[in-house]
Design a protein around this ligand. Structure first.
Ligand SMILES: NC(=O)c1ccc[n+]([C@@H]2O[C@H](COP(=O)([O-])OP(=O)(O)OC[C@H]3O[C@@H](n4cnc5c(N)ncnc54)[C@H](OP(=O)(O)O)[C@@H]3O)[C@@H](O)[C@H]2O)c1
Length: 291
């Protein structure tokens, strides 16, 4: 029995559908009954902050998909809450005797890293020390970040905002992250491996802006800013100073090429090529009727 955490999230929602399609036995962890009913699959109601609910959800479970919301604007004594949430799930898996965890992480995860890179770094270390078997999936940026204007960083004119370097990013469709997770959770591949997963190509934010605009009246441009300018913009959006600086520094590293490398992991694990940005747009006609 597989437990899918984050079952309503960007990757979890695809994973649920893919596990149904392949006939796998699984349970979805959701925060309330209505979300479970909407999924239409076996579910358990639970919360990462409620170890009792996690223990109940883990009954009979031998494999776990671990995904939480990632870095938050609000930290607790300087620590990202995602660290506590995911450690709770790992500890519950261990107590329940589940042997294997597929963990959704982020590219360049490391202890002391910026935002989610640091949070995931601490969680990865905890998972590796747990004695459980694991596979860690490390995507860079999700294509889903462009599903709506509010999902990505925009300026007052609606232009995509990024670092002036505008180096290409190997964006991945969350559908392909889920496809890797489904293959791993139903098989025996890549145990105790860390896999940086990407889409088929790297594209710059300015190219993404052109793809989003194509075939529409809207002209979305790219506003490349310095690290300092990005920090000021983020502070203007109400982000606390230190977090704004960390996020600006993350954007600067991405603008300098830290998310540019393309890997063949999706094809190697699933046997299928990952979706291109055009295929992602075509698969989401409600967001991109022009595609
Ligand atoms: N977005 C990107 O570009 C990107 C890139 C690389 C890596 N990542 C990583 O991918 C992960 C997922 O990020 P995302 O933004 O796409 O989030 P998401 O998966 O869309 O949403 C988080 C999921 O966790 C659930 N959840 C939240 N708080 C919970 C709690 N206290 N107890 C139980 N479940 C809870 C949410 O359920 P509800 O429906 O109830 O809210 C939702 O299903 C993060 O770790 C992030 O660092 C993201």
């Amino acid at each position: 029995m597989i437990l899918v955490t984050g079952a309503t999230g960007s990757t979890g929602r695809y994973l649920v559908r893919q596990l149904v399609e392949c006939g796998a036995e699984f349970r979805a962890l959701v925060r309330d009954k209505a979300k479970g009913e909407a999924l239409g699959v076996d579910y358990a109601v639970g919360d990462y902050d409620d170890p009792g609910s996690l223990a109940a959800a883990m009954e009979g479970v031998d494999r776990v998909y671990l995904a939480s919301p990632g870095a938050q604007a609000e930290t607790e004594n300087g620590e990202q809450p995602m660290i506590r949430w995911e450690k709770n799930v790992i500890d519950a898996a261990k107590r329940a005797g589940a042997g294997y965890v597929v963990k959704l992480s982020v590219l360049h995860a490391r202890i002391g890293g910026r935002m989610s890179e640091g949070g995931h770094g601490a969680i990865e270390a905890h998972l590796k020390e747990s004695g459980l078997e694991w596979t860690i999936l490390q995507p860079g940026g999700f294509m889903q970040n462009f599903l709506s204007p509010t999902a990505s960083l925009r300026d007052g004119e609606g232009n995509l905002v990024g670092h002036e370097g505008d180096a290409p990013v190997a964006f991945i469709d969350a559908y392909d992250v889920a496809a890797c997770a489904a293959t791993l959770l139903t098989g025996n591949l890549a145990r105790n491996e860390t896999l940086p997963i990407t889409g088929p190509e790297a594209i710059a934010y300015s190219e993404v802006a052109a793809k989003l605009s194509a075939g529409t009246e809207e002209r979305i441009g790219f506003n490349g800013m310095s690290e300092r300018g990005l920090g000021e913009l983020l502070r203007g959006f109400g982000l606390a100073g230190e977090l704004a600086d960390e996020l600006a520094s993350l954007y600067a590293s991405i603008g300098g090429g830290s998310y540019s490398e393309v890997t063949d992991v999706v094809e190697r694990i699933t046997g299928n090529a990952p979706r291109s940005f055009e295929a992602f747009m075509a698969a989401n006609p409600e967001a991109f009727p022009q595609a």
